[in-house]
Design a protein around this ligand. Structure first.
Ligand SMILES: *Cc1c(COP(=O)(O)O)cnc(C)c1O
Length: 372
């Protein structure tokens, strides 16, 4: 299904794109089409034939996501890593991927412990540097911006020009920025991937992933992979993500406002050594002037910031990447790129800012009080 870009604002498209009243009843909300198969009028003659191939709830979500990213085609999957896996299936053994060196731990694990064993070659580089050169023959370049957990940014327009020169496809994982703050396809990227689990669904009650592209040929190959490998998102989860998306603009505004105020508070705090915040969206990481033991005490002392993996929900979360999300990255590799044991990651939620800062203040007091 395609949905061409419209002049409507993104905030309006989060509510309407891909969704029109259901033709039988006029139901304003897209129903959950909980069915695996469809009655056919003539054998094999139906657009709707089998639930793995397509489902109307899924189509509505796919079209909405395509519209938000200003792409033509969207595809959704059972998780973010299933979406990433589908993109790597575009390649063949012997193909080279140039990949950012500060990426989501699960993406790193999928690349190094699954696809590298099947002959895909991964070269990890710092994609944030202007000096980056992409070797001839590279098939695909994988960029996360901002990165996780160090929140470094890559200039998509510059790297997309370099990709074009060597004929490589540029993939951008847009999970941290969301289409509210960044639309990579408009800056020359070929493929956008998302973990829907994070900001797009936004309520920490679904695991899902998405791929969005403009090119019809790429969309066709991805739809083939989606149907053949079958890592689809079920209709109930598609419905929940559609519902979550309706408040995306409101949520991101609030996530960002809270994160900006917390980043400013951390920067002036005497026990904070470094703050990583790109100035937009809701993720912050920072290094406490403390060892792993005290860092652990800090993340166990917060009451509103729940100690948990994941990010992008309305509730605030806190974690230590080195021993949580990035535990599968070898310690030397981690430390070489700055993921030290004392690094704390915050997913800043949309609670009241005063309550969030009060929570961090009491955790600081608990961690650094003279009795400890
Ligand atoms: C969470 C995440 C993923 C993986 O998504 P899942 O839904 O957990 O499979 C990929 N990329 C980024 C940047 C993420 O934060």
């Amino acid at each position: 299904m395609t949905s061409s870009p419209t002049p409507l604002h993104l905030q309006t498209r989060t509510i309407h794109a891909g969704q029109s009243p259901e033709p039988h009843t006029g139901a304003v909300m897209t129903p959950i089409f909980q069915t695996s198969t469809y009655a056919q009028e003539t054998p094999g003659g139906n657009k709707w034939a089998y639930g793995r191939t397509n489902n109307p709830t899924r189509t509505a979500l796919q079209d909405c996501l395509a519209s938000l990213e200003e792409g033509k085609h969207g595809l959704v999957y059972g998780s973010g890593v299933a979406a990433i896996d589908a993109v790597i299936r575009l390649l063949s053994a012997g193909d080279t991927v140039v990949c950012g060196d500060d990426i989501y731990g699960g993406t790193y694990r999928l690349f190094v412990q699954e696809w590298a064993d099947r002959g895909i070659i991964f070269q990890f580089v710092d994609t944030t540097t202007a000096a980056l050169e992409i070797p001839d023959g590279t098939k695909l370049v994988w960029v996360e911006t901002p990165t996780n957990p160090l929140l470094k940014t890559t200039d998509i327009a510059i790297i997309s020009k370099k990709c074009r020169q060597v004929g490589a496809l540029l993939v951008v994982d847009n999970t941290f920025a969301t289409p509210v703050f960044q639309r990579p396809l408009t800056e020359g990227a070929d493929i956008v991937v998302h973990s829907l689990t994070k900001y797009l669904n936004g309520h920490s009650d679904v695991v899902g992933g998405a791929v969005i592209v403009n090119d019809d040929g790429l969309a066709k190959r991805l739809a083939w992979i989606q149907n053949s490998a079958g890592a689809i998102l079920g209709p109930q989860d598609c419905f929940l993500v559609l519902r979550g998306l309706k408040t995306l603009s409101l949520r991101m505004r609030e996530h960002q406002s809270n994160a900006q105020q917390i980043a400013a508070w951390l920067v002036q705090h005497p026990h904070v050594k470094t703050v990583h915040y790109p100035g937009f969206s809701g993720m912050i990481s920072f290094v406490l002037d403390a060892d792993l033991e005290a860092t652990t005490r800090f993340v166990q002392s917060t009451r509103l910031f729940t100690l948990a993996e994941s990010l992008g929900g309305v509730e605030s979360l806190i974690g230590i990447p080195a021993i949580m999300t990035h535990a599968s990255v070898p310690k030397e590799t981690r430390e070489a790129i700055g993921i030290v044991d004392g690094l704390i990651r915050l997913s800043v939620g949309i609670e009241h800012i005063d309550d969030l800062i009060a929570d961090l203040t009491q955790a600081m007091n608990t961690t650094f009080s003279p009795t400890n």
